[in-house]
Design a binder for this molecule. Structure first.
Ligand code: SF4
Length: 556
């Protein structure tokens, strides 16, 4: 018997964790051989259907999530024409709760859909097929009756939760665990006790691997040459004691591995903070779920969070220099106005996390929000990615503005080479973001806008023409630091120097660079401060290789 796994990823850098997890969990089904066909969204569905057809599957499995549904349906519909009798199963986030029935309604090629974690049910399905029967009627599945094509379902809610998960062999033991990607995914816990209504992990039973199991798995991953791990644990820092033990393990036993963690900034006790302060430089990357800084909005989402506590936590994390913290915000939430969104963005910018992600809320299948949406006044797309289109307080135009704001943050704040002047502009003028957005919109800016770094700098500098001396100096300084053309530096023209002026303080690079062969020195005469830049192509092609501040500047 042959099981074929169709894996359609968002991009080449991703790979499916579901496949190795299920492969390990179905070891008891020894009469089956497994094969996978992996591709990404850019491929041709017709070509993939033909390739799939050559594999002669008895059972075809696929995982559906927001962005691959239509693409996978298109492959499966073609495949079904060629193989009318092969059983086709779908699982994944799209099939959660009543989503399983909807998937069958949307794609007539699919025979059954599994709601929730598939490890317990897939081996049973394989056994039924190998006995020559058609799987139907198991708890946690929706299926199409062979006799009349009608869709039936049993116990889809709550979605299946696989209890034996912590004791299964780790997915990296499977031949299908990919280690050739930039990162691998790993779980040390599953489930979340919290009740955020938009989240598919909402109030799911928490199951945890023991510290020994985690250590063993990390050793295996290290032996396989893995360098970067994204932990899928829903809230890594809860419970705090476990997070503390894991962080100590990462720091002391696995300093060569990098970890990407999702944390809730509200739950950062004193001990956890002390441990985070000890982090190996560059080893951690934190994703802090803020979502909103309005308590009323958080309550409407069932999110047990306090905006003030989250802000305090984020402030601590943003000050830790050993790792980067990205902060997540959502737009389109119940009881949230456009001004709330802009205020949240401004407060986060003032704290200075490495990046801010502002996303439009999605009403995901199987989440409580899906059933509450109408009562809460949320109108959303019926098609993936189910994004909010209008709320009681946000018009479609304001949601479009929120998308443009998200793009603006991405292109200006999240660009490290622009972040310092952007933060300064926000700090100097409370109305900066709104005014800059209006200025950009008049230049054709939208959520789809693309522009080179030089273009963004130029627009930013044009808008800040009447800005403070400090802001203009900062913009010109960072233009040159970014390696953009010296001759086009905003506001000032850098002057070539034949020798280093006296009394300069080295800020970046090495002092001796000034005396190297082929080093060219330039003076930036700002209104408040003067800077000397050293360029040497043998050290850096475009960017300056050293930077000094003149102590004789006007502001000193
Ligand atoms: S958003 Fe995070 S804290 Fe809330 S239910 Fe989901 S996993 Fe839990």
């Amino acid at each position: 018997m042959r099981l074929v796994w169709l894996s359609i990823n968002a991009s080449y850098s991703h790979s499916s964790l579901a496949l190795p997890l299920l492969h390990q969990a179905a070891q008891s089904q020894s009469s089956w051989t497994w094969q996978k066909l992996e591709s990404s969204l850019g491929d041709n569905p017709g070509e993939l259907a033909l390739r799939l057809s050559e594999l002669q599957a008895d059972l075809l499995c696929c995982s559906l999530f927001l962005f691959n549904c239509e693409f996978v349906y298109s492959i499966l519909q073609r495949f079904r024409v060629l193989h009318p009798h092969c059983v086709i199963i779908a699982g994944g986030p799209e099939c959660l709760g009543p989503g399983a029935v909807k998937v069958l309604q949307n794609c007539s090629a699919i025979d059954l859909a599994i709601s929730g974690e598939g490890e317990a049910i897939l081996p049973k399905i394989m056994q039924i097929i190998s006995q020559g029967d058609r799987p139907r009627g198991l708890p946690g599945m929706a299926w199409r009756e062979a006799a009349n094509g009608k869709i039936a379902a049993r116990e889809l809610q709550p979605p299946l939760q696989y209890q034996a998960w912590p004791n299964d062999s780790p997915p990296c033991m499977s031949e299908f665990f990919a280690t050739d990607k930039p990162f691998v995914q790993m779980e040390t816990t599953r489930g979340c006790p919290h009740g955020c209504s938009y989240c598919s992990s909402n109030r799911t039973q928490v199951r945890s691997k023991s510290l020994q199991q985690v250590e063993q798995e990390l050793k295996l991953l290290s032996q396989k040459g893995v360098q970067e791990i994204r932990l899928l644990d829903r809230t890594f820092n809860l419970p705090e004691k476990r997070a503390l033990q894991l962080l100590q393990m990462f720091r002391l036993q696995f300093p060569q591995l990098k970890f990407h963690l999702e944390i809730h900034p509200q739950y950062l006790g004193a001990e956890l903070r002390e441990e985070l302060k000890l982090a190996n430089p560059g080893q951690l990357h934190l994703e802090a779920g803020i979502q909103s800084l309005q308590d009323e909005v958080l309550q409407a989402l069932g999110r047990e969070a306090s905006a003030d506590k989250s802000l305090q936590g984020l402030e601590f994390l943003s000050r830790c220099k050993a790792f980067e913290t990205h902060a997540d915000l959502l737009a389109g939430l119940p009881k949230q106005s456009y001004n709330n969104i802009v205020d949240d963005v401004k407060r986060l910018i003032a704290l200075g996390p490495a990046e801010i992600q502002l996303e439009i809320l999605k009403v995901l299948p199987g989440t409580p929000l899906q059933t509450q949406a109408e009562t809460l006044g949320l109108r959303h797309s019926p098609e993936p990615p189910y994004e909010i289109l209008q709320t009681a307080l946000l018009s479609p135009r304001e949601l479009r503005l929120a998308s443009a704001l998200s793009r603006l943050i991405d292109l200006f704040y999240n660009q490290q080479k622009l972040q310092a002047p952007f933060r300064l502009a926000c700090a100097e003028n409370d109305g900066f973001i709104d005014a800059f957005m209006l200025f950009l919109t008049n230049q054709g800016f939208s959520a789809q806008w693309t522009g080179s770094l030089a273009k963004r700098y130029s627009l930013f500098a044009e808008f800040c023409q009447e800005g403070s001396a400090q802001l203009k100096d900062c913009l010109a300084l960072h233009w040159l630091k970014a390696g953009l053309p010296q001759g086009e530096t905003p506001y000032y023209k850098p002057e070539a120097l034949s020798e280093m002026p006296p009394n300069c303080l080295l800020l970046e690079g090495r002092q001796e660079t000034q005396n190297l062969k082929n080093t060219r020195l330039f003076l930036l005469r700002g209104l408040q401060h003067h800077y000397v830049f050293a360029f040497n192509r043998a050290i850096a092609m475009q960017q300056p290789c050293a930077l000094w501040k003149c102590r004789n500047s006007p502001a000193n």
